[in-house]
Write a protein that binds this ligand. Structure first.
Ligand SMILES: [Zn+2]
Ligand SMILES: [Zn+2]
Length: 139
């Protein structure tokens, strides 16, 4: 498996990665797509999406998934926690110590070899909170 070619599509991949970095606040594929189009006008959504998958696989991006929400992408690939707004779905970094999984043995993990951790807290963001404050008066 040594001839995985990087030649084709590597320009697109670069554009996708730099778009993700530029957007920085855990963008969705859609947001990355719009940003990448500033670079490559005719790039298609499926190309962006495919390259996002490759970048995640290669460890350049991490994907943040949660039930009922779009996938968000993060170019900060170190182990860190996220918080997601239940109302609008935005994802931000959470400044708490990340779970250290390095010491977890397969015997502690139902036989699994642990190679990653993905912690997403939920809450309501500032913006949505303030919207609720103003709306809350009427009821
Ligand atoms: Zn929100
Ligand atoms: Zn993050």
């Amino acid at each position: 498996m040594q001839s995985l070619p990087l030649r084709r599509g590597s320009k697109q991949k670069k554009a996708v990665l730099s778009a993700a970095k530029c957007l920085c606040n855990h963008p969705t594929a859609q947001e990355i797509y719009f940003k990448a189009r500033e670079d490559i006008l005719n790039i298609s959504f499926s190309t962006v999406y495919r390259n996002l998958g490759i970048l995640v696989e290669e460890g350049d991006l991490i994907s943040i998934t949660s039930a009922g929400s779009e996938v968000h992408y993060d170019h900060i690939v170190k182990n860190h926690c996220h918080i997601q707004c239940r109302s609008c779905g935005k994802v931000r970094d959470l400044d708490v110590p990340a779970v250290d999984f390095n010491g977890i043995l397969p015997s502690d993990a139902s036989g699994f070899t642990v190679d990653g951790v993905c912690v997403t807290f939920t809450g309501t963001c500032e913006e949505c909170n303030s919207k609720m404050d103003t709306k809350g008066e009427q009821g």
